[in-house]
Structures are given as structure tokens and as C-alpha cells.
Design a protein around this ligand. Sequence first.
Ligand SMILES: C[S@@+](CC[C@H](N)C(=O)[O-])C[C@H]1O[C@@H](n2cnc3c(N)ncnc32)[C@H](O)[C@@H]1O
Length: 255
Amino acid sequence: MSETLKEKVRQYWEQEPCGSSQQITGASDKGSIEWFKRIEEYRYNVEPFIHSVAKFTRHHGEKVLEVGVGSGTDHLQWARAGAECYGVDLTDAAIETTRAHLSIYGFKSNLQRIDAEELPFDDESFDIVYSWGVIHHTENPERIIREIKRVLKKEGVFIGMMYGRRSVLAFKLWLKHALLKGRPWRSFADVIWHHMESVGTKAYTVSELKELFSGFSDFSAKPLITPYDTSKWPGWLSKYFPDKWGWFIALEARK
Ligand SMILES: C[S@@+](CC[C@H](N)C(=O)[O-])C[C@H]1O[C@@H](n2cnc3c(N)ncnc32)[C@H](O)[C@@H]1O
């Protein structure tokens, strides 16, 4: 059972690194500078708040590990900011795409395809561990969190994002896959598990996240309303959605 779920997650993300679908990249040639530019522009148009959460430029010269690099767009920002970059991902597709993404701009990173539930780094190796939208996809999120804490230096900081269950997007998924399918008893957790990206995706409340990160100090969790929440609602209505109903929960925690 364990092997199978992990393998399904891997196969899902091998098909296409996150954020590189043809809807985004249009007619540009795969791997070209134009292709990468479109991926980057789209990402920060849709998720502009990444910059204020990650604060890439404050970490010049620091040793940064990114867990789950995807297409490498945030990884490029760490490299541009002058961090010493390390990155891991479960898939070859993400590692190859990230390597190409950095190399097109003349940057390098130490990239490895591994399961982040076991990180191949010594204790207290990194100033920052960053992970945007990844930990909720793995079978045992608590294992990745334990590993992140282990590899962080004393006072090192984790920065990231995980999905929020009490969100407008979770409600929309429930409407589509539970209520409108005549199965209103299905829980938000169940529809997210089966219908959000790779199978086995989880989403949390702020207090559940507090518990998961209870081994850290100075923990903060800030929900953010995203375009994924507001899409399909009339603008006059969605502008009243408070951040606490957001699909993304931005996280910061100190070791
Ligand atoms: C939603 S994408 C996010 C990628 C990138 N951080 C971004 O924001 O675009 C999820 C990524 O997590 C990776 N992933 C899932 N489980 C993982 C694990 N156990 N170890 C390492 N990477 C994992 C997937 O391969 C995929 O690239």
C-alpha cells in the first residue's frame, strides 16, 4: 500500500513538472528561454505573494535547501538572490527541468532526485529550508517535517506553504465531486485526497499545522485567498472572501 501510493504520486508529477502545462507555455518550444519565461511570468502573476512569503533577496549567501523544486521557478529566485542552492524532488522531470531552468540563466544548484521523507544531508546543514506546495503531497508529511527540522541549523528557518482545508477551493471541490454527484456525505478531506492533483493530497487547518510543526519555535501560519479560491465566483462576491478561507497557508517556523 505504502509503495503504491508513493509511486502513484511520483508517476503523476513525472508526467509534467508543476506549472509547465501547455496552457501556460503556449506554442513556445519546450526548454527554450521563452518557455521558461512564460512559466515564470504566469507563476508570479497568479501567486505574487510568493515573494513576500519567501523573501528570497534577504538570504544572500545563505545555504538554502528547497524541497520539491517542480519547474525550478522559485529555485531560480534563490539562485538569483545569491543563496547557496540545494534542491530535491521525487521526480526526474522536476530535477531535469530545474537544472535546465537555472542553467539557461547561468546558475547552478546541487539537485537530487530523492524522496524527501529521508533527506541525504547531515544534521544542522542549512540556514533555510523552503518548500512551496509539496509536503501535503507525500504519504507521510510528518516525516518530511521531521527531516526538515533535523537538517536545519540551530535557529535555521523553514519557509513554505501547505494547503488549507477550510477554504473556498475545498468547498468548490466538494460541490463538484460530492454534492453535485449526489454524495454529500463525502468529506472535504476525501475529495481533496482523490481530486486534487496527485492522489493522496492532504489539506489542513491552522491548528493541525501548529501540531505538525510543534517541534519548532516561532511558528506562524497565515492563510491566503488565492485565484484558485476566487475563480468562478462573481467578482463582487469573491472580493469579500477573507484570507482565512484561503487555499494556501503560508508557513514560517524557526528550529
Ligand atoms: C505541486 S508541485 C510543487 C512544486 C514547486 N514547489 C512549485 O511550487 O511549483 C509538488 C512537487 O512535490 C514533489 N514531491 C511530492 N512528494 C515528494 C517527496 N516525498 N519528496 C520530494 N518531492 C516530492 C513532486 O514531485 C512535485 O514536483
